[in-house]
Design a protein around this ligand. Structure first.
Ligand code: C2E
Ligand code: MG
Ligand code: MG
Ligand code: MG
Length: 279
């Protein structure tokens, strides 16, 4: 690494190539940011819905709403590439409001036993007005609070936002559920499981994958998470289940819910899946 850095900072040719790359990167980012600001008004966002089923009997328990951005010239840009930009540009709140409202409205088309899970980034949880946005969306769509679940990652607790805990507590008090997403990949300090009442832990795909391919450490981590969740009265969803072997393993380990391409792909039309998978 040092050698690479040295050649970049001393070799003239490399240096300018590197700088050109940096500039191109920064320009591309600025362009995306400008485009993002029009994306809502120009109707370029959509949601796809991925089923989450009971490990016990395969019944549909929820759909996770996942955001898609169809860029007019670049095509589909994944959330991993634009959520952070939207946060930095100060427009995640508006986008998030649209997501919450649209997903709640879609959920009204499903069997009432099926929940809708919506992702929230740390910036959204920390921002003012989230609880109001949620109340407004529930009132406007008629969705019961008990059918709504928010997924947050451990990063919400790292930023130490003054409002974060109060906001999560208020959402719980409304009857909304909370899931801890991508568990195990972050800092996994367990203190916040005590301070905030989560209903569910989502075990990251990386553990599911490696445990099924024989990694004993990953297997032990899944067992520990399942035991922890059980003793705290939480459900567990195994994320990213792609093969029958993975499904069999996480079911045997006691995960209560399954999600992944094997169970169902994220799709724009949720009604067909709903009809097929409701118990
Ligand atoms: P996430 O919440 O952990 O969502 C799961 C991601 O894994 C999704 O990627 C989903 O399409 C993908 N996935 C599901 N099953 C499988 C599988 O079997 N194999 C593999 N390889 N992947 C699978 P996606 O849709 O690209 O979303 C990425 C991340 O972007 C999400 O991770 C979430 O953190 C964030 N995100 C998505 N929609 C929203 C949104 O509306 N708001 C916010 N703030 N973040 C969002
Ligand atoms: Mg999620
Ligand atoms: Mg996840
Ligand atoms: Mg994940």
């Amino acid at each position: 690494d040092l050698a690479l850095y040295h050649s970049k900072s001393t070799g003239r040719g490399r240096h300018s190539v590197y700088q050109a790359w940096m500039t191109a990167e920064a320009n591309a980012r600025r362009e995306l940011e400008a485009d993002l600001k029009h994306a809502l008004a120009e109707d370029q966002f959509s949601l796809v819905y991925q089923p989450i089923v009971s490990a016990e009997d395969g019944a549909l328990v929820a759909f996770e709403a996942l955001l898609r951005w169809e860029h007019p010239t670049r095509g589909n840009i994944p959330p991993s590439e634009f959520i952070m930009i939207a946060e930095e540009a100060g427009i995640i709140r508006q986008i998030g409001e649209w997501v919450i409202r649209s997903a709640c409205s879609e959920a009204m088309k499903w069997d009432p036993s099926v929940k809708v899970a919506i992702n929230l980034s740390a910036v959204q949880v920390e921002a003012e007005g989230l609880v109001g946005t949620v109340l407004h969306a529930l009132a406007a769509t008629g969705l019961a609070a008990e059918r709504l679940e928010f997924e947050v990652t451990e990063t919400v607790f790292l930023r130490q936002g003054a409002r974060t805990k109060a906001t999560l507590d208020q959402l719980r008090a409304l009857g909304v559920s909370l899931a801890l997403d991508d568990f195990g990949t972050g800092y996994s300090s367990l203190g916040y499981l005590q301070r905030t009442e989560f209903n569910k832990i989502k075990i990251d795909r990386s553990f599911v994958q490696s445990a099924a391919s024989g990694c004993q450490e990953s297997l032990a981590i899944i067992q520990a998470i399942v035991a922890l969740a059980r003793s705290l009265g939480m459900k567990t969803t195994a994320e990213g289940v792609e093969t029958e072997a993975e499904k069999a393993l996480v079911s045997k380990l006691g995960c209560t819910q399954l999600q992944g391409y094997l169970i169902g792909m994220p799709e724009a039309d949720s009604s067909e899946v709903c009809d097929r998978l409701v118990a």
